[in-house]
Write a protein that binds this ligand. Structure first.
Ligand code: UT7
Length: 326
């Protein structure tokens, strides 16, 4: 008896980002405001982290709400109707409870019916992981258009008196719609993890994020530039081809250290480097798509620019890829 042969889906030969969108809570929190609750000050935060202000969500403003707003904006930006989208991925690490996931609710509220929907937790690397998975789903033929929304409400999991986290983390969401393309617009993902360093960032007593700031800082400033370089190599490009660098907005000094290393290896002096952390804080899996959206609105990133992203954080997990700005 001959066994039946399975039929495989036929995917797109290449993918690109069709549209982006983001949202932030209305409430602006200055460094001076934080210094009223803990032993810190505006100058220290600006000098050591680069943050001028950040946004905190209201009590009734949920991660899912921010994801819906950012995702809907990405669809509008792409000019794509919800009915054309079949898959929703919500990278996040701050949903208050693991059940139900965010993605199914977000899909339903945006009007994407019967969507394949799942959350993805790679902490601050989540958006790059999600973008890599979305691109491969479309190339494999498993999905036609995938909405990837990095969304976080970090204020739910930050001890407001812990000055190593409370001055850094903030809330927001950023989204990208991924679909088929004639020309490659999303390069292969370079990803990995260092689970032996898991104790450097974790949820203490299942309640608040704890991080060993200095070791994480050292790890990020030494180990992440090589990942970014690997993403460029996988895309078949040279560092000098990169117009814009958007690392996870963890700390402006980390961002600048990564840029410096890449320039030493051939990146251009006129490389545009994201500094969205100044007015957004560290929003974990939302930081990269939010920075891309803000930079595009400001005109610092233009359609067709070659953008290098790299995310890194708890896990420790990291991922990066080259993409073309829509
Ligand atoms: O997104 C997920 C991945 N996370 C990261 O990438 C975070 C990486 N780490 C960092 O960004 C930094 O380590 C922190 C921002 C968390 C801390 O900055 P730091 O420059 O590493 O500070 P430190 O802990 O080495 O402390 C330096 C000094 C100390 O004073 P002395 O002992 O030198 O007198 C601290 O007591 O700064 C003091 N300090 C502060 N002062 C005012 C530490 N935190 C604060 C603060 N405000 N918030």
């Amino acid at each position: 008896m001959t066994r039946p042969t399975l039929t495989l889906a036929q995917g797109a030969k290449a993918t690109r980002i069709l549209g982006v969108g983001s949202t932030q809570p209305d409430r602006i929190v200055t460094n001076d405001e934080l210094s009223q609750h803990m032993d810190t000050n505006d100058q220290w935060i600006r000098d050591r982290v680069g943050i001028v202000e950040r946004r905190f969500a209201a009590d009734d403003e949920r991660l899912v709400d921010m994801a819906v707003t950012a995702g809907a904006k990405a669809l509008a930006d792409a000019g794509v109707a919800p009915s054309e989208v079949d898959t929703v991925i919500v990278p996040n690490c701050t949903l208050p409870a693991p059940i139900p996931n965010a993605a199914a609710q977000v899909a339903d509220r945006i009007g994407i019916r019967s969507a394949g929907a799942f959350d993805l937790n790679a902490a601050c690397a989540g958006f790059c992981y999600g973008l890599g998975v979305a691109s491969d789903l479309v190339r494999a033929g498993s999905a036609k258009k995938v909405l990837v929304i990095g969304a976080e409400k970090l204020t739910d999991v930050v001890d407001p008196t812990d000055r190593s986290t409370a001055i850094i983390f903030a809330d927001g969401a950023g989204a990208a719609l991924v679909g088929p393309s004639d020309e490659p617009g999303i390069g292969p993902v370079a990803w990995g993890s260092a689970g032996d360093l898991v104790d450097l960032i974790y949820m203490r007593d299942n309640r608040y994020i704890f991080q060993e700031g200095q070791p994480v800082f050292r790890w990020a400033t030494t180990q992440i530039a090589p990942i970014a370089m690997r993403a460029v190599e996988l895309a078949g490009l040279e560092l000098s081809d990169i117009d814009v660098l958007i690392p996870h907005q963890a700390n402006l000094r980390i961002v600048e250290a990564i840029a410096k290393r890449l320039r030493a290896k051939g990146a251009r002096e006129d490389l545009v480097v994201a500094d969205d952390i100044r007015y957004s804080g560290n929003t974990s899996s939302a930081s990269i798509p939010m920075a891309l959206d803000h930079m595009r609105a400001a005109g610092t990133v233009k359609r067709g620019d070659v953008v290098l992203t790299v995310g890194f954080g708890a896990g420790l997990s990291y991922a990066g890829q080259v993409l073309v700005c829509p």
